[in-house]
Design a protein. Sequence first.
Length: 104
Amino acid sequence: MSKTKAAVSHRARLIEELRADPKLARAYLAAAIEDDDPRVLLAALRTVVEVRGMARVAEAAGMPRESLYRALSPKGNPRLTTLLAVIHAAGFRLALSERRRRAA
């Protein structure tokens, strides 16, 4: 009787792909920021930060690791200064572009 390979969770597969392709993280965050729900961006940022190393990003952002976990938790509501510090510490910068108008 052969053993079947256990299914890989979506999150585990995402983390694996983000580790394999660092440029994918930018596209992943860009897609998340397009969502109207800010929790989507926080969840995506947390995933990217976990891939890059929570302790390393927290140190680079100048904050305790526990505070970073709290800020990026599902109930997190980080200040703009915290959000920018984390984005920069993760190796990104925030840029704005003009919003595309939706067809009526």
